[in-house]
Design a protein around this ligand. Structure first.
Ligand code: T4K
Length: 384
């Protein structure tokens, strides 16, 4: 797709939190003095403690990225055979299954939470099914209670991908309390980040000890290698970045909340445009600003809006189009049949993530919303 954009400052879907350079340098001096750059140094330990407190979780293991954390999580839970998952996500959440020799089984999504439709999960269980990989997409909690009861009745384990849900709370409890394991991504595009990074949260120290072995080649000590492991370790530079970014997260969330109110004020009342929101019992982490565009009411398609914005150098993103089940590597799976995934298909054609980060100016929000509305009125040559 080639779109010639206006020669004005680009606006992106997100921008990373960047701590003050002087503070980074100051902290790095400690690392330099220690000469420890990886393998569970002091900074790693500090960040692990800070994140446990921030997220209010009992056990947490840091990783070099969220994808490795998912791979280790699957292995730690002993998942094999088939795992039921969502096609409406970033590629990593399904790729980790095929990299682990597991067959992904796609299940349609629920129109409200946009996560796995629990009512459709049970029909997909076969004798080969060992687990469920749910994604709290855009920070929307999965139907955790319903999935837990299906898992209990059928002897399945649950791994949650909370890449978009750092700090999300449901009924005052961390989202990571649900499921057997929860993964967080700390990639630069995330609200909280370490440039790259991730974590697995579990509920008991025995499992954490196993996970920590698995992410360090299975090395227990200098002479004992107790299992086949991988290198999933977070290094000290990532851990320094994480500590400094963590101090900025609350303030960033408040700024994003304010931006959400501005977007709402500009777009409410526009027929066919709806800002997606989390349920009332959920404390949103403010990762994404998602609008749903219903072409039949709005008069222009999501793709027309996307192209119009792109022509004006505004890089909104169609997360998550195309569906994972449409990738050439998965589309021949029986569960990838388009007829079985109508809601995921509909949402992948309607949703758009708009620029959303604390430093975004209100004038930019106004301009984005004006451009969106102009598609409806046909004032801008946006194309359909
Ligand atoms: N599960 C789910 C549900 C996920 O969404 C992800 C990752 C994972 C698992 C895997 O976790 P990790 O292994 O990554 O920890 C981005 C991120 O790269 C990816 O981490 C994230 N999901 C996904 C939703 O978004 P892209 O392909 O959109 O990245 P990119 O490079 O196009 O960045 C988007 C925009 O962000 C850019 O237009 C500009 C801005 N940006 C990006 C980077 C990297 C910056 O301003 N600075 C930066 O350093 O995937």
């Amino acid at each position: 797709m080639e779109v010639i954009a206006e020669a004005i400052e680009p606006l992106y879907v997100t921008r990373p939190l960047l701590p003050d350079m002087a503070r980074v340098t100051e902290k790095l001096k400690t690392v330099w003095a220690s000469q420890v750059l990886s393998n569970g140094g002091e900074q790693h330990l500090l960040l692990e403690q800070q994140l446990k407190a921030f997220l209010n979780v009992p056990e947490l293991s840091l990783f070099n990225n969220g994808t490795t954390a998912l791979m280790v999580g699957l292995r730690a839970l002993g998942l094999q055979g088939e795992v039921i998952t969502t096609p409406f996500s970033f590629p990593a959440s399904t790729h980790v299954l095929s990299w682990s020799g597991i067959t992904p089984v796609f299940c349609d999504i629920d129109p409200v939470s946009l996560t796995l439709d629990a009512a459709k999960v049970e029909a997909l269980i076969t004798p080969r099914t060992t687990g469920i990989l749910g994604v709290h997409v855009y920070g929307n909690p999965c139907q955790c209670d319903a999935l837990a009861s299906i898992a209990n009745q059928n002897g399945l384990r649950i791994l949650y991908d909370a890449a978009h849900a750092f700090g999300t709370e449901v009924n005052g409890r961390s989202i990571a309390e649900y499921g057997d394991l929860t993964m967080f991504s700390f990639h630069a595009t995330k609200l909280f980040h370490c440039a790259e990074g991730g974590a697995l949260v579990c509920h008991n120290p025995e499992l954490k000890a196993r996970i920590d072995l698995m992410k360090n080649f299975g090395i227990r000590n200098e002479f004992d290698v107790v299992m086949p492991g991988i290198n999933g370790k977070m290094n000290e530079l990532q851990a320094v970045m994480g500590q400094l970014v963590l101090e900025m997260v609350r303030d960033e969330q408040a700024k994003r909340k304010h931006l959400r109110q501005q977007y709402t004020a500009y777009l409410q009342g526009v027929d066919g445009i709806r800002l997606r929101a989390v349920p009332n019992n959920t404390r949103d982490c403010q990762q994404y600003l998602v609008v749903e565009i219903d072409e039949s009411l709005f008069g222009a398609s999501r793709d027309a809006v996307f192209l119009t914005l792109r022509r004006h150098n505004i890089h909104a993103r169609k997360y998550f189009y195309p569906l994972i089940s449409d990738y050439p590597c998965y589309r021949d799976l029986p569960s990838a049949s388009p007829a079985a995934l109508p809601m995921a298909r509909l949402m992948a054609s309607r949703l758009l993530c708009l620029p959303f980060y604390g430093d975004l100016a209100e004038t930019s929000v106004a301009r984005i919303c004006e451009l969106i509305q102009s598609c409806q009125q046909g004032r801008v040559n946006g194309g359909r």
